[in-house]
Design a protein around this ligand. Structure first.
Ligand SMILES: Nc1ncnc2c1ncn2[C@@H]1O[C@H](COP(=O)(O)OP(=O)(O)OP(=O)(O)O)[C@@H](O)[C@H]1O
Ligand SMILES: [Mg+2]
Length: 237
């Protein structure tokens, strides 16, 4: 196969038999998973089911999974967490370009801030931003690195409902424009269905449900199915 074709067809993330235990307790139990390049995937699961553990492994942040199976991920990976993790002693733009090389780093940082609707706030201190604005800045910091893979661990979990909806639109728009592969951890079924093209449910250390989402379909069917997988039955009233 020509290298170019191979690059197009090879999944961005490939996991085979990935296992992680803590003190003899197995949290990830031989996970097999491919994430195609450019796909938006959401990962659901009960609290403690291992979502963050899986995300950290894919991000290369967990040395403890080494050798437990096969794991390949792209070189340029960005991670967004529930809190923005901005450095409070650096201005917003400085946070966004932190660690970036190149003469144009500041221009790129400004453009990224513009994209997330924070144009004009470059010189603000993180402490002066609202929760939603701080998460926008965190997204800008991720985007400016032009990630092939964006990993997000409940990035909107601490936001109010209205801000969360706005952030959903923003993330989906940014994804359409830049097309990284996305793995979004959430425990919000509606968020998963609204944003992702594929929804996974982590159950007993494995991917128990793997559901393709067609955004032209009614969401109700998906919601019922996913809630059932999570052990929740909707009140018929
Ligand atoms: N560093 C660690 N040391 C010991 N146990 C850990 C460690 N990290 C995770 N665990 C355990 O692994 C299990 C899965 O944790 P994880 O944080 O991945 O869950 P989660 O699905 O992200 O949950 P939540 O929805 O609450 O964020 C939990 O039981 C947790 O206590
Ligand atoms: Mg978690």
């Amino acid at each position: 196969m020509a290298p170019h074709t191979e690059q197009l067809t090879r999944p961005a993330v490939r996991l085979r038999g990935l296992t992680r235990s803590f003190g003899g307790r197995t949290v990830l139990d031989g996970i097999d998973l491919d994430l195609p390049a450019g796909q938006f995937t959401a990962l659901l699961g009960h609290s403690g089911s291992g979502k963050s553990t899986l995300l950290r492994a894919v991000a290369g942040l967990d040395q403890g999974v080494a050798g437990s199976g096969e794991l390949s991920a792209p070189e340029r990976v960005s991670v967004v967490f529930q809190d923005s993790r901005l450095l409070p002693w650096r201005r917003v733009l400085e946070n966004v370009v932190l660690g970036l090389d190149g003469k144009d780093a500041y221009d790129r940082g400004r453009a990224a801030l513009e994209e997330v609707g924070l144009g004009g706030r470059e010189r603000a201190w993180p402490g002066e931003l609202s929760g939603g604005e701080a998460q926008r800045a965190a997204l800008a910091r991720s985007l400016v690195r032009e990630p092939e893979l964006l990993l997000a661990d409940e990035p909107f979990g601490a936001l109010d409902a209205l801000t969360r909806i706005k952030m959903h639109h923003l993330l989906r728009e940014l994804w359409k424009r830049h097309r990284p592969s996305v793995l979004l951890v959430t425990h919000d079924v509606d968020e998963a269905i609204a944003l992702a093209d594929r929804v996974l449910v982590l159950e007993q250390g494995r991917v128990g449900v793997d559901l393709a989402i067609d955004h032209t379909h009614s969401r109700d069917e998906y919601r019922t199915r996913l809630l059932a997988a999570l052990g929740v039955t909707e009140d018929p009233a």
